[in-house]
Design a protein around this ligand. Structure first.
Ligand code: NDP
Ligand code: HSE
Length: 445
């Protein structure tokens, strides 16, 4: 078809400076080589990496072969290079990455990044600067790897008032939980495998402690509710303390345990929380295994929508980075006023709705404790729960030794503050022989 416009072959290529050539950076390079023609047909012009910043120049040269790419160890050189149109930040971390990204923005360059840690903590500053300098900051790869969830939130769901989001948004922990459950492998063995496969963060405690998922959830909450990025207000609990025993009890009760990120709009504010969660076996999230991610978004008009795909790793994440590059290449010449807003809402319409404190979150709970097996034990525990207005849904008691029993309660929804105080009182009862294990339950997700 002839359009009268210049074809992708005739238009000059858009020049990209890549900061980082590790798992995601290397994948991005490979995808741009592999699908160059197809990508140019979509973008309207070629996307060409002309410079790369790394720490180990020799290693980078081996990957790039004899390609005409400048290699440096100083990302500022790339951020300031007038020949570069887009800076892709894939080094990770919050210090050097932020410095290089801010400089690129000041120099009028568009930025593509997969760095959820940087955006969740410094996003407001970055998006403000981008607005001021009329450039785009694209971050599809920062949440749920290869799943186009940012695109869906910013564009596909704009008719909706988003009610809640629940997601498995950390591949490493989902991989660990899946392998522990299905193959009975020890935690550290599975974590080492996740690191080998390139899923884990440079500091894997970010994965294990739920911090990475909270970074991503913070971004999703901003896109869903039109609020500033507020990672510091997220309630975060990881999987480090999760015991195999609880995974087994949950299964017997008809539940799976998943590390979920949940953000929900309530009349008095917004819940923003990451924690291991019991969800029913039939839930669409219950059977998401390995490094796969899934995000359930509930809009008032569309109802529930589900997004599923590979949440980490070289090629899935590179797929998202390159999609951003195509978007930026297409919109490069558009009037900044007419581009999709960074956080889905027009910057002057972003509202400071309060994020609720941990005590104000409402969920159902699973409690497990070991007690002396004697009369009055259940009555005393029930009294504490009743006084706190916490209703018991079901209870299982099992002997563990001749004189001890393990008790599991499923409690109905209650304020976390009330549950926390009840647990404190139960813990102090003279017949309680273990720490009280507390997990949240979301029966309707
Ligand atoms: P890697 O550790 O594999 O790669 C990091 C790259 O950045 C390396 O090429 C490294 O160079 C370079 N680098 C780091 N610090 C510097 C520095 N100070 N100066 C110059 N170069 C530097 O990380 P990933 O590719 O896994 O992750 C990159 C980003 O993508 C992170 O923000 C991460 O959170 C995010 N992400 C990762 C996903 C994944 O599955 N891995 C998925 C989604 C997002 P050298 O090799 O020479 O040391
Ligand atoms: N460490 C992250 C994960 C990488 O395991 O999900 C993808 O963001």
């Amino acid at each position: 078809m002839t359009t009268g416009k210049s074809s992708s072959k005739e238009m000059s290529s858009i020049k990209v400076g890549l900061l980082g050539l590790g798992v995601v950076g290397g994948g991005t390079w490979k995808v741009l080589q592999k699908n160059a023609e197809e990508i140019a047909r979509r973008a309207g012009r070629r996307i060409e990496i002309t410079a790369v910043a790394v720490r180990d120049v020799e290693k980078a040269r081996k990957l790039l072969g004899d390609a005409d790419v400048h290699i440096t160890t100083d990302g500022l050189e790339i951020a300031r290079d007038p020949g570069i149109d887009i800076v892709v930040e894939l080094i990770g971390g919050e210090t050097t990455a932020l410095e290089w990204v801010m400089e690129a923005i000041r120099q009028g360059k568009h930025v593509v990044t997969a760095n959820k840690a940087m955006l969740a903590v410094h996003g407001n500053q970055i998006f403000d600067a981008a607005g001021e300098h009329g450039v785009m900051v694209a971050f599809e790869a920062a949440v749920a790897g290869g799943i186009p969830i940012i695109k869906a939130m910013r564009e596909g769901l704009t008719a909706n008032r988003i009610e809640w989001i629940a997601g498995i948004i950390n591949g490493t922990t989902n991989f660990i939980l899946s392998e522990m459950q299905s193959r009975g492998l020890p935690f550290n063995t599975v974590l080492a495998e996740a690191q080998r496969l390139g899923y884990a963060e440079a500091d894997p405690t970010f994965d294990i402690e739920g911090v990475d998922a909270a970074h991503k959830l913070t971004l999703l909450a901003s896109l869903a509710f039109g609020i500033p990025v507020q990672f510091d207000k997220a309630c975060i609990e990881g999987i480090a303390k999760l015991e195999a025993e609880d995974i087994q009890h949950a299964a017997r009760l008809g539940y799976r345990i998943k590390l979920l990120g949940i953000t929900r709009r309530r009349d008095d504010g917004i819940e923003l929380r990451v924690h291991p969660t019991l969800i029913r076996m039939g839930s669409p999230l219950a059977n998401v295994e390995g490094a796969m991610n899934a995000v359930l978004v509930h809009g008032d008009v569309v109802g529930p929508t589900l997004y599923y795909g590979q949440g980490a790793g070289e090629m899935p994440t590179a797929s998202a980075v390159v999609a951003d590059l195509v978007d930026v290449a297409r919109l490069d010449s558009a009037d900044p006023e007419h581009r999709v807003p960074h956080l889905a809402f027009q910057p002057d319409a972003v509202k400071d709705i309060p994020i609720l404190s941990a005590d104000d979150i409402e969920t159902a709970h699973y409690l497990r404790l070991r007690v002396e097996d004697r009369p009055g034990v259940l009555a005393d525990i029930s009294r504490i729960l009743a006084d706190a207005q916490i209703s018991i849904g079901s209870m299982i008691q099992e002997p563990v030794q001749p004189s001890e029993a393990s008790i599991i309660f499923l409690l109905h929804r209650a304020r976390e503050g009330a549950v926390r105080e009840a647990i404190r009182q139960i813990q102090n009862l003279p017949f309680v022989r273990s720490e009280v294990t507390r997990l949240r339950v979301e029966g309707s997700i």
